[in-house]
Design a protein around this ligand. Structure first.
Ligand SMILES: Cc1cc2nc3c(=O)[nH]c(=O)nc-3n(C[C@H](O)[C@H](O)[C@H](O)COP(=O)(O)OP(=O)(O)OC[C@H]3O[C@@H](n4cnc5c(N)ncnc54)[C@H](O)[C@@H]3O)c2cc1C
Length: 327
């Protein structure tokens, strides 16, 4: 680990000032950041600890826009009774993520911003365009079982690992961002950068910017939502494939559908193809599978991850059926 200066500002304004310094990085719960620093994958000269800042941990579900403070703990949102009732997909994505200890420490903003778990990026020595731009991508000829099927290129096939971001992608979500000079709100769809387009960049955040909140437009489809996750172990493991589905039903017919995919893409991945198949359909198992087929029709499997296509079709179908029962 490189030597660094640790600062713990008392206010957001001070933190924004500190974060604007060249070489500064923000630390929230630290569950990803400390690992990255230990592995020399992040070498900030200045670590700005924002984990305790006041006013950024509230969860407010009362208005037409749900508001999640960036420093709210994953565990608090996962166990929020109103979120579990009205937006089960969001609560489930957190319940199924990491472990209870990690969820107690980790923040919602940090979860959204976590970096890929690609072993070739994390090992610090393999060719990796994300770690060392221009060095190549070892996963192309290596072990690609966990790599992505969407949003990839010959430059990078890594997977975005977050469950919360995947579930948020099934809703009208935006990310509120502050810097010392300005504030801006970015739709979630534009917040992450597909690794295949630019491996070295993961989000549109600039030096000195801090995420202050995540907002979701309230929708009745929240109650008809679910997050399905398939992984190698029953707990404490990232998604091989996951899907969030949010439906509004008109009797037996799907009036509106939102579908997003995780474990298979280099950013939270909304599937307009699956949504088009579901909308207007009567939801049977066959219709769910047709939606799954549409979702994965454009997949680009590598040498060892084609199994995710079939698995993914079934995960989408299962999630659609669960969502329709809830709706
Ligand atoms: C063993 C293990 C298993 C895991 N399993 C899962 C899983 O199954 N599913 C899943 O989704 N996640 C999983 N995770 C990831 C975990 O959820 C994240 O580490 C956590 O959510 C990160 O939040 P944090 O507050 O600790 O972020 P930090 O580690 O503090 O920060 C993470 C990154 O975000 C930046 N950052 C944090 N907050 C802000 C902010 N407000 N504004 C700007 N930048 C910010 C930091 O600079 C850093 O780059 C796992 C982690 C571990 C270690």
């Amino acid at each position: 680990m490189q030597p660094f200066t640790y600062v713990r500002p008392d206010t957001l304004e001070q933190a924004l000032h500190e974060a604007a310094e060249p070489g500064a990085s923000v630390l929230a719960g630290g569950t990803t950041m400390v690992d990255l620093m230990r592995g020399d994958l992040a070498a900030p000269r200045r670590v700005v600890d924002i984990g305790h800042l006041p006013g950024l941990s509230e969860i407010d579900l009362s208005g037409p826009v749900l508001r999640f403070g960036a420093l709210a703990r994953m565990a608090d949102a996962a166990e929020d009774a109103a979120l579990k009732r009205d937006y089960p997909a969001l609560a489930e994505s957190l319940q199924l993520a990491a472990s209870q200890q990690l969820r107690n420490a980790a923040t919602l903003g940090g979860n959204l911003l976590q970096r890929t778990r690609c072993p070739y990026f994390r090992n610090g020595v393999s060719a990796c365009n994300k770690r060392v731009p221009g060095s190549g991508c070892s996963a192309l000829d290596g072990e690609d079982r966990e790599m992505a099927l969407f949003g990839i290129s010959d430059a990078c096939v890594a997977n975005y690992p977050g469950d919360w971001g995947t579930a948020l992608a099934a809703f009208d979500t935006a990310v509120e961002i502050r810097s010392a000079a300005a504030s801006r709100t970015v739709p979630l769809a534009n917040f992450h950068v597909a690794y295949g387009d630019d491996p070295a960049r993961e989000t549109v955040l600039e030096q000195g910017e801090i995420v202050t909140a995540i907002t979701v437009r309230a929708t009745p489809a929240g109650r008809g939502s679910t997050y399905a996750k398939v992984r190698d172990r029953q707990s404490y493991a990232y998604a091989l494939v996951s899907a969030a589905v949010a439906l509004e039903m008109d009797g037996d017919t799907v009036a509106s559908a939102r579908v997003s995919l995780g474990g298979v893409a280099s950013k939270p991945w909304r599937s307009a193809e699956a949504e088009a198949v579901l909308t207007g359909a009567t939801l049977t198992e066959a219709a769910g599978l047709r939606a799954g087929e549409a979702a994965f029709a454009g997949a680009r499997p590598g040498r060892h991850n084609a199994f995710k296509v079939e698995l993914g079709r079934r995960v989408v179908a299962r999630a659609a059926l669960t969502a329709s029962r809830r709706a």
